[in-house]
Write a protein that binds this ligand. Structure first.
Ligand SMILES: CSC[C@H]1O[C@H](OP(=O)(O)O)[C@H](O)[C@@H]1O
Ligand SMILES: Nc1ncnc2[nH]cnc12
Length: 294
């Protein structure tokens, strides 16, 4: 049994977290560069929490320049066991309306200008991403959303686009034809890196608009998005406040294996591994390498 530490990654419009006991902004050094911001640590109902604003306070980082590897590595160094990612998104479905939340369970990654792995030359690893989100943490998010009176859709495919511009009408219609439900710019490579770091990951997408496909809603309008985000922000805080009671302070191994994702994933022979890369991977690979040497 280990101790739960809930990591909350706040997206657009969510730069702070209320309701923490003993709140403290802590700077975390990472060999992957500077994280988006310091991390707000504290406790809620006896559960340790670590909140990181994805774009930094003041919204400094664009979706392309968010330091995804440094962010996940920093949360790993703080001992985070479960990440709840909160994001704004557009909707491809009439019935998924602005103000609704979607508990995302699949992704299509169309980003192309980001580092997507901790691994590479000198230490190659291939983790499974068939089920990129953790059902246990996703269920807790859905339960918390319902209890908070939020209209929540359980399951949905998130198209991750590079941005920062929004989609054209043709792109929006194409993604709809692929069966995507929502669109955003940040959950990839975040979810991939969380899996490599053996941290359970759940994605709560807050719908702010109908993207560009909807004949009655015209183009995506950032002013309207910000207005919807203001309403969504308090709903998101209400959802987060219910998670400690649902997930608990004591944590058993993940029934879906998220916390053992690196078992059998590392391909590079021990004598061929690059010591410089291994040094950067110290937080990510502590568990799996301890097992290898036993
Ligand atoms: C404010 S609209 C576009 C912006 O909002 C989303 O950010 P996040 O996922 O961090 O909530 C979207 O991905 C874009 O970065
Ligand atoms: N329509 C949209 N496309 C991409 N990211 C978004 N974030 C919020 N709305 C979005």
């Amino acid at each position: 049994m280990t101790q739960t530490i809930l990591g909350i990654i706040g997206g657009s419009g969510i730069y702070d977290m209320d309701g923490l006991q003993d709140p403290s902004w802590v700077s975390v050094d990472s060999p992957w560069g500077a994280p988006s911001d310091a991390v707000l640590t504290g406790q809620m109902e006896g559960v340790k929490m670590a909140f990181l604003p994805r774009h930094g306070r003041g919204h400094v980082h664009s979706p392309t320049t968010v330091p995804y590897r440094a962010n996940i590595d920093a949360l790993k160094r703080l001992g985070v066991t479960d990440i709840i990612s909160i994001s704004a998104c557009g909707s491809f479905r009439e019935e998924m309306a602005p103000g609704d939340f979607v508990i995302v369970d699949q992704f299509i990654d169309r980003t192309f200008a980001r580092e997507k792995s901790f691994f590479g030359t000198g230490c190659v690893a291939h983790v499974s991403l068939a089920h990129p989100t953790c059902p246990r943490v996703s269920t807790a998010c859905a339960t918390a959303a319902q209890a908070a009176g939020i209209t929540v859709h359980r399951g949905g495919t998130y198209l991750a686009m590079e941005g920062p511009q929004f989609s054209s009408v043709a792109e929006s219609k194409l993604y709809r034809s692929w069966g995507c439900d929502v669109i955003g710019m940040t959950n990839m490579p975040e979810a991939k890196l969380a899996r490599e770091a053996e941290i359970c990951y759940a994605s709560v997408a807050m719908i702010t608009d109908y993207d560009s496909w909807h004949p009655d809603h015209g183009a995506v309008d950032i002013t309207a998005i910000i207005a919807t985000l203001k309403g969504n922000g308090s709903k998101a805080h209400d959802l987060i406040a219910r998670l400690p009671a649902l997930l608990g302070a004591d944590r058993s191994p993940c029934p879906h294996g998220c916390d053992r994702a690196l078992d059998h994933a590392i391909m590079t022979a021990p004598d061929k591994r690059d010591p410089a890369l291994l040094a950067r991977l110290d937080a990510i690979t502590t568990r799996v390498f301890a097992k290898e040497t036993r």
